[in-house]
Design a protein around this ligand. Sequence first.
Ligand code: OXD
Ligand code: MN
Length: 593
Amino acid sequence: MEPEIINKEKMPSNEHVIKWVNEMAAMCKPDKIQYLDASEEEEKELIEEALRVGDLIKLNQEKMPGCYLHRSAQNDVARTEKLTFVCTQKEEDAGPTNNWMAPADAYKKLAEIYDGSMKGRTMYVVPFLMGPKGSMFCKVGFELTDSVYVALNMRKMTRMGKIALEELGDSDDFTKCLHGKADLNMERRFICHFPEDNTIWSVGSGYGGNALLGKKCLALRMASFLGKKEGWLAEHMLIMGLESPKGDIHYVAAAFPSACGKTNLAMLIPPESMPGWKIWTVGDDIAWMHINEDGKLYAVNPEAGFFGVVPGTSMKTNPSVMKAMEKNTIFTNVVMKDDGTVWWEGMGEEAPKKATNWKGELWTSDSEEKGAHPNSRFTVSIKNTPTYSKEWENPNGVPISAIVFGGRRAKVAPLVYQSFDWQHGTFVGATAASEQTAAAEGQVGAIRHDPMAMLPFAGYHMGDYFKHWLEMGKKTKHAPKIFHVNWFRTDDDGNFIWPGFGENLRVLKWIIERVKDEAEAVKTPIGYVPHQKSLHTEGLNMSEDDIESVLSIDKEAWNEEVKKQEEFFNKFGDKFPQELWDEHKKLKERLGK
Ligand code: OXD
Ligand code: MN
């Protein structure tokens, strides 16, 4: 039986889109097809539908206007990297860090799961644009989904609707994203990328990174593949502007693994001891970077919203996003209080004595179990944040002065260091490692190498990816300086030494001053580390010993680190660039082994 098209008037005129929608509908067999244009009226309708089917729960509309809660299936709370595939014709093109399936096998396997999986459901057709309108770098995608929650999230996370149709015109150059919940069974869950066909098929999960296909799937995996082909970079990076009291603004792009504080850093509130500083948020997760005619690297944020980690977010850690979340926000897997407002661990508010936990069960504050899932999330438009930068709309992007890599490391990595040059900076990025967080399935706390925070997101062989980085550096006449930071170093009792959050601006200030050749540094075997007196420490509640300790370099520990780096590099075989082996050798020599 043909599906009913419930709003023919919104059907795009682009015949390539219609042909593909019909093909996918013939496979998934939805009862209905609904074309979306992102109007406000449509959003209201979708919310009503989501409330009806139980995908959303209405929160207290007086206290939190436009806010809703979603509870996911309990087996569907994070990205499933083991079930994520890059399906290139040749296996070697996916490389050792990606799971690979032959495209024909993947299409066949997933088609069997999709077959008839949308019976009794509506297939929503979501046109979206990644990147600012009118930018030569933006990309159009269409997502077909049987999840009204996904459709509502896409409305916040992307520039959705007419804007994408206008950009596309009659062209067939759009990413074909098919998402189906099927039965949300882990055994039948696959997130497959076909970069050679500009196609993404995701089935069996409703979780953000698996299901909002504009984000990790398109804007990182597919885009990184394209970036290599076309000479640009798609990176797992926040973009922020730092305005000094003099009024000059420098933009920084920073890569940290998932759930390591990118959102907090992107919206940082300056400490009281740094009056006159302002932060402007351009993006919190993804940067597309291009070399401009002036020889500088420019970045745009392809997204339109934040899909941020909730636990630990408070007025202390991120007042900007707390403000943003006061209205028009979708919460996923947090605690609901009896008055219809929300709560989570680390919110800085006393736990409710009795409430409903993320699973929808009765929960009390003395319960052993956490009330909110550790990877619970908020979805909110970037425009909701007080630190929103108007540059987000700039089709040319913002010029990047510094690139920062980081991770969550209790030991080894100092608070901050600067690489010697682009090649060494690429090595610093390639050797970045971090303790694993709850954002992906796996053992939380285990150290894993996560080059450029892109381990789960590079859509092709990472050996080629490193080569591409080196090439980009050669082509960029005025390349940004490259740094590494670590806010998470602990003392012998396991306490964080550095206060973090707003105080991180002190480190960013040093970074900008280094870019301008204004701050002093000490040359160490791993790079330039701040001279104690060049780091702004006024008003910082830390002893000199502690400051020295966060900046210190333990040669023993670094020698161990270098051994692990070697093992990691060996994974990439012949495709690993010689230049990075050279950097590895030079580091060993500088460390004296
Ligand atoms: C994210 C992630 O959701 O990195 O941004 O997992
Ligand atoms: Mn991310």
